[in-house]
Design a protein around this ligand. Structure first.
Ligand SMILES: C/C(=C\CNc1ncnc2c1ncn2[C@@H]1O[C@H](COP(=O)(O)O)[C@@H](O)[C@H]1O)CO
Length: 253
């Protein structure tokens, strides 16, 4: 709890689309949980059809808000990294370099690496976008976000990360970051998106995973050598931006 300027205690808040919930109004579950975790078969008939309309409205809001974005790059990474960590410093430099190259920066709008990338972009005069997600422990959009949308459903939000970006850059992170990384490479591998660089930054952090992919996935034939080439790895911000501009069909950069 923190004390706000008018002396009132401010605690956690929850965002549901346009609605902000605070204190006792915060429900114990999230919209994603109600959809995915329901074992009550009767509700599937009575409630899920109506939920589909809410899901649809979330797509409409996302499409409508983001259609006017300039070319953009989605940047992912840990919600828990400290501001002075290696990955936050890298993310801030990356956000700035992308803005200078004319790209908007899209993140999950949260703390840690997301906040650092948004800060870098905003400080460099670029456009900073945050696609937040309703979570039991969310902290609201970080202060560097210029255009923010709060989503209820992870899968709707993921569509926006891919549709409105020219590339993904993935910095060190946990389960959320890995989910976003593997979603992207699966979409590229299956040619759902083309000319879409997926760049890992933090060579030391990702080294073990990449070794495992080579020694287990590749050696056991679960992926091909070409699949591995879908992932590019660098710690050099300028190189990351060059990979993105080289793959960008607009030729504007
Ligand atoms: C954990 C804390 C806050 C969580 N807040 C988040 N806000 C927005 N997006 C998030 C949040 N947590 C995870 N994400 C998404 O997953 C990726 C990071 O997850 P990881 O497990 O930390 O790697 C990130 O790219 C977001 O899209 C309080 O510290």
């Amino acid at each position: 709890m923190t004390e706000s300027t008018n002396g009132r205690q401010s605690g956690p808040e929850r965002h549901r689309g346009a609605v902000t919930l605070r204190r006792d109004a915060i429900p114990p579950s999230t919209a994603d949980q109600k959809l995915l975790d329901s074992r009550n078969r009767e509700e599937w008939k009575t409630k899920d059809a109506w939920r589909a309309l809410r899901i649809l409205s979330e797509f409409v809001e996302g499409f409508d808000t983001l259609a006017d974005l300039p070319r953009a790059v989605s940047v992912f990474g840990s919600a828990r990294s400290a501001p002075d960590s290696f990955e936050c410093e890298l993310a801030e430099n990356l956000g700035a370099a992308l803005a200078e190259a004319g790209y908007a920066v899209i993140t999950g709008g949260g703390p840690g690496v997301m906040e650092a990338a948004n800060k870098g972009a905003t400080d460099a005069g670029g456009m900073s976008v945050g696609l937040g997600i309703e979570l039991p422990f969310e902290q609201g959009l970080n202060d560097w976000v210029d255009i923010g949308i709060d989503f209820r459903y992870f899968f709707v939000r993921k569509t926006m990360f891919v549709k409105y970006a020219q590339a993904f850059v993935v910095l060190p992170g946990g389960f959320g970051t890995l989910d976003e990384l593997f979603e992207a490479i699966t979409l590229v591998q299956t040619k759902k998106v083309t000319r879409f660089p997926v760049i890992l930054m933090g060579t030391e952090y990702w080294g073990g995973l990449l070794d495992w992919m080579k020694r287990r996935m590749l050696d056991e034939g679960k992926i091909s050598a070409m699949d591995l080439e879908l992932i590019q790895v660098t710690d050099d911000v300028a190189e990351a931006v060059r990979i993105i501009t080289d793959a960008d069909p607009s030729g504007q950069h």
